[in-house]
Design a protein around this ligand. Structure first.
Ligand code: ZN
Length: 398
C-alpha cells in the first residue's frame, strides 16, 4: 500500500515505504542527534533532538507508523517479528542527493500501546577526532589532555551526563594514543566508532561478557591502554584501578556531574583513597551550551539572581548578549552549541590531599589555587564573551 498525503504542516508525505528513509535523511540535514518516534491515539509523532533540545518535527497519520517501524527494524538489522521486547541495532543509509552514508543506531521500546523507537544518528564529523582542539578545547586545555594521555600508566576519567560530549573526548584520546607500538583494547557498549590499531570489543551481558568479565580477559591480552566504556560498580572500579596500578593506561567514564564527584563516587564504590591517589591522573567533565543566534542577538542585562549565581556584583561594563528569536533560529534565540570543559589534574600535592582524607571542598580549593577553572566559571566566561546568555550558562551548570 502506498500512501501519499499531507501532514499537519502541509508538507507532502512520501509513500509509506520511503517515509523512513526520508525521515532519517531529513534528521541528518537538520543536525538532529536523535529522532524519537511515538504515537498517541490516532497520531504518529516525530521529534528531533537538536542542540540537546527535543522538538516536534512532525505529526503524521497513524497509518504509516507500522510500515515506518518495520522499515526501521530492517535498516537496524532487528527482528521485525519481535514487538514485545526492546531491541537495539545499528544501520546505515545512503542519502541519494549527496551520495553520503548516514550511520545510526536504532533502539525500540515496547510501550503500552505499541513500540516506540529512537534513532541515534552518528555524526560523521565527530568521527574525525583529529585532535583535542577539534572537539572544542582551547590550546591550554588540549595540553592538559596531552600531558595525561602520554603518561605511561594511570587512569583518565571523563564524566558528565548523557549527551555531554564524553564519547568525543574519549575517542579523541584513544585516537591520539593508538599506534602500532601499543596494544589498545576497548570494552564498549555500544562500540560507536572503529579505529585502526585498536581492538574494539562489544560488551554482551546476555552471554556473560560483562564489563567485569571483559576486563579480566583484557588484562590477559597484554594491553598498554585499556578503554572501559563505563565504571558502573565496585567490581569494575576495582579492576580498573588495579589495571592502572599494574602499569596500564586506563580511560573510562563514570556517571557523576562534575570532576569532583568522581572522587566521591570512587570512595562510594569502595576504592581505598591510597589506590585512587596513586592512579588517578585527570578527570575531565564537559557540557554543551547553546550559542546565541548571530542573526537576532542584542545586548541585554541579565536578572540579578543570575548575576548573583555567576558571582557578579552587577552587569556594569559587561556586554551580555541574547537572541530575540528569528526565522534563522526558529524563534529560540539560540543556534548551534559550544562545548565547555572542566579539568581536574591530580598532581603529587592533590594526590597527597586525597590520601589524607581531604573533603571535596578542600580538593576544589587546592585545585583552584593551581588554576583550575570550574564548569560554572567556564560557562560564565562564555556568557561574558557574548557567546551565550548568562541564563544558559547558569542553568547548564546547575
Ligand atoms: Zn535568531
Amino acid at each position: 500500500m502506498s500512501i501519499s498525503q499531507q501532514s499537519q504542516g502541509g508538507e507532502r508525505i512520501p509513500p509509506s515505504e520511503e517515509f523512513c528513509d526520508s525521515l532519517i535523511i531529513k534528521a541528518s540535514k537538520s543536525r538532529a542527534s536523535e529522532v524519537h518516534l511515538d504515537f498517541y491515539e490516532s497520531k504518529f509523532y516525530i521529534r528531533f533532538r537538536v542542540d540537546g533540545i527535543l522538538e516536534l518535527a512532525g505529526e503524521y497519520p497513524f497509518e504509516i507508523y507500522d510500515t515506518t517501524i518495520r522499515k526501521l527494524k530492517v535498516l537496524g538489522q532487528l527482528n521485525i517479528a519481535e514487538v514485545r521486547l526492546p531491541q537495539h541495532g545499528r544501520g546505515q543509509l545512503r542519502d541519494p542527493a549527496t551520495n553520503t552514508m548516514i550511520e545510526f543506531r536504532v533502539s525500540t521500546f515496547p510501550t503500552t500501546p505499541g513500540e516506540a523507537a529512537v534513532i541515534h544518528l552518528i555524526n560523521k564529523q565527530e568521527t574525525v577526532f583529529e585532535n583535542f582542539e577539534s572537539i572544542g578545547m582551547s590550546p591550554d586545555e588540549a595540553e592538559l589532555m596531552k600531558d595525561a594521555i602520554h603518561k605511561p600508566y594511570g587512569m583518565i576519567l571523563v564524566v558528565g551526563p548523557a549527551g555531554s560530549g564524553k564519547t568525543a573526548t574519549l575517542y579523541t584520546a584513544l585516537n591520539q594514543v593508538r599506534s602500532i607500538q601499543k596494544n589498545v583494547i576497548t570494552l564498549e557498549d555500544p562500540v560507536e566508532f572503529k579505529l585502526q590499531f585498536v581492538r574494539h570489543a562489544q560488551i554482551m551481558p546476555s552471554v556473560g561478557f560483562t564489563f567485569a568479565e571483559g576486563m579480566k580477559a583484557v588484562l590477559r591480552q597484554d594491553p598498554d591502554v585499556v578503554f572501559i566504556g563505563e565504571i558502573l560498580d565496585h567490581e569494575i572500579a576495582e579492576i580498573a584501578v588495579r589495571a592502572a596500578l599494574s602499569g596500564r593506561l586506563v580511560f573510562s567514564s563514570i556517571s557523576t556531574n562534575d570532576s569532583m564527584g568522581t572522587i566521591t563516587r570512587f570512595l562510594e564504590l569502595g576504592i581505598p583513597r591510597s589506590f585512587l591517589a596513586s592512579t588517578l591522573l585527570l578527570t575531565v567533565s564537559s557540557r554543551f551550551l547553546r550559542k546565541n543566534c548571530l542573526q537576532c542577538v542584542a545586548p541585554y542585562v541579565p536578572a540579578d539572581r543570575f548575576l548573583k549565581e555567576a558571582g557578579l556584583a552587577s552587569a556594569d561594563g559587561i556586554k551580555f548578549l541574547k537572541g530575540g528569536g528569528c526565522a534563522n533560529c526558529e524563534q529560540s534565540g539560540y543556534l548551534g552549541r559550544v562545548p565547555i570543559f572542566e579539568f581536574f589534574p591530580v598532581d603529587k600535592e592533590i594526590a597527597g590531599l586525597i590520601v589524607e582524607g581531604a573533603s571535596v571542598l578542600e580538593l576544589l580549593q587546592a585545585a583552584h589555587v593551581k588554576g583550575m577553572k570550574t564548569m560554572r566559571e567556564a560557562a560564565v566566561e562564555r556568557a561574558m564573551a557574548g557567546e551565550t546568555t548568562l541564563e544558559e550558562a547558569i542553568y547548564s551548570t546547575a
